[in-house]
Design a protein around this ligand. Sequence first.
Ligand code: SF4
Length: 287
Amino acid sequence: MQGIGQLRQNGLRELCLTTNGVSLHRKLDDMVQAGLTGVNLSLDTLDPFQFQIMTRRSGFEAVMKSIDRILELNRLGAGIKLKINCVVMRGLNDREIIPFVKMSREMPIEIRFIEYMPFYGNKWNRKKMFLYQEMLAVIRREYLGLMKIADHENDTSKTHKVPEFEGHIGFITSMTHNFCGTCNRLRITSDGNLKVCLFGNSEVSLRDIIRKENHGLPIDNETLKSLGFLESMDNPSRHDGNGEPVHERKREILKIIGMAVKRKKAKHAGMDELKNMKNRPMILIGG
Ligand code: SF4
């Protein structure tokens, strides 16, 4: 994170972390020092007992401590955008929608309710789906004034607000109103694969492309320097017949990334197809 944080001086605008929040409170201060600007915290329940059942671990108090620490650091000016992501499942945590909304009364945070979606290995069951419209209805029964806020062009969430509340409420409606048409997300997994869509299983190994120059072997810092990899992104490797600079490595990588992006679909497959599609589970994609 410190390494990535240094890129802020080169124009990196945001450095966000997706986390379950269990050990975050211990590391947060150092992360803020490193340049952290946002936290997406996955939390599906506010009931300590249910937390233990759903996550198969203890740690609810630790998650709350992390949230408190973020808010405390924000009061000191850290400016961390906190989003709490809650996947709503019928019969499991749908009764907690209102308690989650209430969290946004005093706290300047965004609670994002996510429609449950089929992922390889997540024990998908269509009956557990709790739809966006149902969530809206539950909230409007309690807070009639819930109002829609304008979203940015590439936002994945539909933002709302209870007028007198500090925070916001968002809905990620992946199943009922997909937003693939405006999705500009690209992901690089921790094992170096470029993944252009959460629900697509095509991946390109950027790691292997870079390692090719080191006979397929891992590249440590020393080798990276000796290969001059980072410098070559800025400095041309040669000039063409017209004297124009040519960046061979950059060109090859951009071409591969470009081809992968063009394979991004206009819309993800339907749920019946997705439930049988081999894909990484969310935990191996990383948020
Ligand atoms: S399904 Fe893929 S294209 Fe659609 S919003 Fe999600 S990541 Fe973007």
